[in-house]
Structure formats: C-alpha cells, structure tokens
Design a protein around this ligand. Structure first.
Ligand code: NAP
Length: 478
C-alpha cells in the first residue's frame, strides 16, 4: 500500500481517539517526525522531550556558526513545536527523570530520535592514550564553540604551539578546521560562543593537519564544504604531489562517482595553485595528509600528561571488491608534532537500558524505523536508526519512512488500541518526581534573552552557555 493511502486510512481510524506519541530528542529527526505525524494523523498528540532546556539538537549545538543558512530549519521546527497538538518538554532526561517503561505506559508510540553521541576511535591501542590533555573529540570541540552547556568550560589550549592535528577527512573535520583557520573577524558576527571567539582570537594555531587514512579520491568530505575551506582568505593549502597520483582502481572509483571525481579535481587544483610556497611565519596553512592512519598519541616530555604529537602509520590501498578500497598499514611510521588533536572519525550512538543495540553498526536494530525485538510502539529515526551519516535534510526522508511504519502498525491494529494518558500523565509524573521541566514558552524566554544579548554584540544571538543561566532565563518573569 502506498504511504499516502495508508495515511488517509489511519487519519480516519483515529479521528475519535487520540494517538499519544512521545518523541525523545528535539533535533532534526525528532522534529521532522513530529511534523509528518501531525500531518498524517489528525488525532496525534505529540510530546517532544529533550534533556537540554533548549530544543533543536544538532542545529543549535552541531551546525557550525559560520553556516547560518543551515540553521533556517529552526523556523520550521518552531512552527511544529507551537502546533496545538504538539508540546516541548526540555530539561527532561530519559534514563534518570523518566524510564522507557514509564513512556511505554503513557504513550501509544514512543520514538527515540537522538541519544547522546560520542566520538570513538576504534583502534584499541589508541584508546589507552585518550586521556592525554589536548586530545579532544571533534564533538567536544564543536559543543565548546557552539556554547553547549556540557562543554562550555572545556578550555582547549590553543596557545602552546602553532600546530593542530585533525584525524579524519569528513565534513566534521572540515568544520573544526575551518573554525580554527578562519579569520576571527569573520566569526565575530556569527552566533559562536563568546568564550570560543576570545580563545580563537588569541590562538597561536597556524598549521592544521587534516589526516586521512585513504587518498584524495576517497576523502569523505563533500565538494561544497571543500570549496568553502579552500576559499578562506590568506589560507595556504598544502598537498603532497605524490599523494595525487592515481591508480587504475582510483580511476574506476572516479568513473563511478562524479562527486569523487569533483573532489579529486578540487584538491588537485588547490595543490597546483599552492605551487612552491615555502611557508612564512604566521601564515595560516591547511595540510591535507593522505595515506596515514593514527597509531598512537605522543606524550610531551616537558609537560607530562599533555599531547605533543601523533604517531602515524603510512598506508596503501587494497581493493576489497565492489569498487571499494581500504587502507592497509605498511609498518612505516612518522610523527606530526602538535599541541592539540581533534578526533573527527565519525560518531557512534550510545546504547540505552532496555533497548537492543547493534554495537558494530552503532544503531538500534530496526526495520524501516520499527525497533526489532521489543513490543510494538517503539520506533527510531535519525542516526540511531541508520548510523552516523547524512545531512540535516536526510532526516526528512528518514522520518517519512518511520512515520510510514507507524501508520502501517496502527492500521494493522498492532498499535494505538488501548487508552493512554499521554501529556496529562507525563505532567503528573514530572511533578511527582520534581523535575523542573522547561516548556516551549520557557525556551522562548531563553531565545528572547539570547537575541537581546546578541544585539549588543552585533550577533544573531549570544548563547547562554551554562545550565544555571539557561534554567534561570527559562523561569524568569516575562
Ligand atoms: P564521516 O563523513 O564518516 O568521516 C569520517 C572520517 O573519519 C573519514 O575520513 C574516515 O575515513 C575516518 N575514519 C573513520 N574511522 C577511522 C579510523 N579508525 N582511523 C582513521 N580514520 C578513520 O563522518 P563525519 O565527518 O563525522 O560526518 C558525519 C556525517 O555528517 C557525514 O554524513 C557528513 O557529511 C555529515 N556532516 C555534514 C556537514 C555539512 O553538510 N556541512 C557538516 C558536518 C557533518 P574512511 O573514509 O577511510 O573511513
């Protein structure tokens, strides 16, 4: 049955009894799902909960401050939150304030759309060195410059040397490289957190090494983001000419992917334009380091417990069929000295109690968003459903599929039959547990305050960056 037909049937089935839905996580996946559910089911009553007092997840805390156009999605999400059949409950944490079984009792449908993601380095030998000062996951660094209340006090040391190493060559790696290398005058008018802007203004980092275990044909970044970083004023791009030579297998990869070919061409052009530049003191440089995989972090002799560099193993590519080439270590090693390392090698979702979890893929096992091996009514969307890939708009299609599964289950009678309390029961439970929930009007107070503070600094907003300030603003008298 087409999704359209399924929706129409379901809308009719539910015109008399409300369908109580709880969405956990107010990022793009959660909001797109809410939007589609509201449209598909006249009887749907949706509660969106989030552990933060602020909505919008990744759009507020993940998208780089110099990408304001990407944040426009917030307008659509805020219309959804203000819908008469939708409510936002911030500062409510699944696991400590509420359990999965409590949600099960209150709602017909409960969906998990964002769990707390952390960056992992899958090499066990490196894990042992992860506690060195100066080594951060890109997520920590991103949350720091975006004013996330959990990481606003991170204080990365940007002054000890002029070199930083970023592991990985995806778009997150490009985001953090751009923030380190962009003239701060260009960041000053964005919504970057002021503590980050001040640290970047005083930063000594001039050379950023973007390390990829494969070659320029396989770099995980996308052309638009690559063009943007290559276009930064007075930034010298450094790429070894030998890294640009291609094998028949690379040629084949480029033949099969216009995107791969475009990226390779952009990198080749940038290398040619850089010419024989030798570097000068104070010049900002971005080094693309290909065919190197991290072996271990080096500890400083002078400053115990702090990183002083990364030991890298040279790699070659090996074909593994279906046009894919993987990196294989050669046993040859070299070091890059630096005072900061950012690990941007992908995200992984964190398992939650009571839910199945596929540790290899980092997802909750599901079929088209329907969580397998649990009772009906539990769904996933976003990175928790499909793994850590895709841009914000990818969640639109992902949400459509999950809502399609929900609709099908309702129509077939597996979900939505019993009486549930929904919002009313949630409010009572939160009150009983003395959870200081922040509703959408509380968020609007935070929003208004941040925008007001932004006016003074000629920025779209000045983010409140501590839990105390956020909660105080949310409960302030209007
Ligand atoms: P990603 O695109 O998957 O890139 C991960 C990088 O880490 C790759 O270079 C990968 O190399 C490398 N890597 C993975 N495991 C490694 C290991 N064990 N050792 C060494 N290197 C390793 O991930 P991401 O950058 O976190 O981005 C996640 C998603 O968000 C992507 O779909 C991205 O496009 C999207 N995003 C988009 C934007 C934007 O549109 N502006 C901004 C940020 C993020 P291999 O290729 O060899 O695996």
């Amino acid at each position: 049955m087409s999704m359209f037909l399924a929706r129409r049937l379901v809308t009719r089935c539910f015109s008399s009894r409300p369908l109580h839905v709880c969405i956990v996580g107010s990022g793009p996946a959660g909001f797109y799902t809410a939007d589609k559910l509201l449209k598909a089911h006249e009887g749907a009553r949706i509660d969106i909960i989030d552990r933060l007092p602020t909505p919008y997840g990744l759009v507020r805390s993940g998208v780089a401050p110099d990408h304001p156009e990407t944040k426009i999605a917030i307008n659509q999400f805020s219309r959804v939150a203000q819908h008469e059949r939708c409510a936002f409950y911030g500062n409510v944490k699944l696991g400590s304030d509420l359990s999965l079984s409590e949600l099960r009792d209150l709602y017909h449908v409960h969906g998990l759309f964002r769990l707390y993601l952390h960056m992992v380095l899958k090499l066990t030998k490196i894990l042992a060195f992860q506690s060195l000062g100066g080594v951060f996951s890109a997520r920590e660094f991103v949350w720091w410059y975006n004013g996330h209340p959990d990481y606003s006090s991170l204080k990365p040391d940007l002054k000890s040397s002029d070199k930083a190493v970023i592991l990985g060559q995806g778009n997150v790696a490009l985001d953090v490289a751009r923030i380190l290398l962009r003239p701060t005058t260009e960041l000053a008018s964005t919504d970057i957190a002021t503590h980050a802007l001040s640290a970047l203004e005083e930063s000594s980092i001039r050379k950023v090494y973007l390390v990829g275990r494969r070659g320029p044909v396989q770099a995980a970044l996308t052309a638009k983001e690559l063009r943007e970083i290559l276009g930064i004023k007075n930034l010298h791009i450094r790429i070894k000419e030998t890294d640009l030579s291609v094998t028949p297998a690379d040629e084949e990869e480029m033949k099969n992917s216009r995107a791969r070919k475009r990226i390779y061409e952009l990198l080749s052009k940038a290398a040619a334009a850089a010419g024989t530049f030798e570097g000068d003191c104070g010049q900002r440089e971005l080094h693309f380091v290909f065919f190197r995989q991290p072996e271990r972090f080096l500890e400083s002799d002078e400053s115990k417990g702090r990183v002083s560099g990364v030991n890298l193993e040279k790699t070659i590519l090996e074909s593994v069929g279906s046009g894919k080439q993987i990196a294989v270590g050669t046993g040859e090693f070299e070091d890059i000295n630096c005072s900061m390392v950012l690990k941007a090698i992908g995200y992984q979702s964190v398992p939650i109690n009571g839910l199945p979890f596929d540790h290899k893929k980092g997802i909750v096992p599901n079929v088209r968003g329907r969580v397998v091996s649990t009772e009906p009514g539990l769904y996933v969307c976003g990175w928790l459903k499909r793994g850590p890939v895709g841009i914000i708009a990818t969640n639109l299609y992902c949400a459509e599929e999950t809502v399609g599964s929900i609709s099908q289950d309702i129509e077939e009678g597996g979900v939505g039959k019993s009486e549930k309390e929904g919002s009313k029961g949630l409010m009572q439970l939160l009150e009983k547990k003395e959870v200081k929930m922040v509703d959408f009007s509380g968020w609007e107070k935070i929003d208004a305050k941040e925008k007001q503070m932004g006016i003074d600094r000629n920025k779209p907003r000045e983010k409140l960056v501590t839990w105390e300030d956020l909660l105080a603003a949310a409960s302030a008298d209007s």
